[in-house]
Design a protein around this ligand. Structure first.
Ligand code: HPA
Length: 217
């Protein structure tokens, strides 16, 4: 199951990469599709932006639709000097400032981590396809426009590769529900140098992340 935020990206993935596609959801414009990839059934469902939106889709997909392998495909702001626009990241773990995740963990500091088998499959898929992929920690923020005057220095000092808004709750819910989750990201905004991908570049560069995700699926 591939999980972008954007419904247009869900449709793009279904139309571009899957065979035998049928649309299975359009409630609230959150398009979802089911098809096959190299003969294997694969679905793609848009989950919206931010923890509360994504958490509804993740929970219902797991509890009511039997999804057991959830692979987020998203974009992020790059925080590490070494990252360039369009680079792909596999999130080993996600820190967060999300109050919702504290509720899921009953207030305890339980790390939100990727499923090891999916992560290993992603690393192997990237290597097999000659796709450079950074592997490390990301940060799931509740606010895109936060109140801090210097929002990223502390994250950079802790070795965080990128900031995004939906992975920590995927990992937290997968842990409580007993299923497997993995977050893959493309750097769409370079927060070190203050640059961003154009819309066309986004489409072209996301191709590498989607190929890794499909190989894992
Ligand atoms: N912040 C949070 N989420 C994001 C960003 C960002 O800069 N870029 C893409 N998703």
């Amino acid at each position: 199951m591939l999980l972008p935020g954007d419904p247009k990206r869900a449709r793009f993935v279904a139309d571009t990469y899957l065979d035998d596609v049928r649309q299975v959801n359009s409630v609230r414009g959150a398009d979802g599709f089911t098809g096959t990839y190299n003969g294997t059934p694969v679905s793609v469902q848009a989950v919206g932006m931010g923890v509360p939106s994504a958490a509804i889709y993740y929970t219902e997909l797991i509890r009511f639709y039997g999804c057991t392998k959830l692979i987020r495909i998203g974009s992020c702001g790059g925080l590490a000097e070494s990252l360039a626009l369009g680079d792909v990241i596999a999130a080993t773990a996600a820190g967060t400032d999300s109050a919702a995740i504290k509720r899921i963990t009953h207030g305890m500091d339980i790390p939100a981590v990727a499923d090891f088998s999916l992560l290993r499959a992603a690393v192997e898929a990237a290597e097999a396809q000659d796709i450079a992929m950074s592997v490390g920690t990301v940060f799931t923020s509740d606010l895109f426009y936060g109140p801090e005057s210097d929002p990223f220095t502390a994250l950079q000092a802790n070795g965080v590769l990128g900031v995004e808004m939906e992975i920590a709750v995927l990992y937290a819910l997968c842990a409580t529900e007993g299923v497997s989750g993995l977050g893959l990201l493309t750097v769409s905004d370079d927060l070190v140098r203050g640059t961003a991908l154009s819309s066309q570049d986004r489409e072209d560069t996301f191709d590498r992340m989607i190929k890794v995700a499909l190989a894992v699926a």
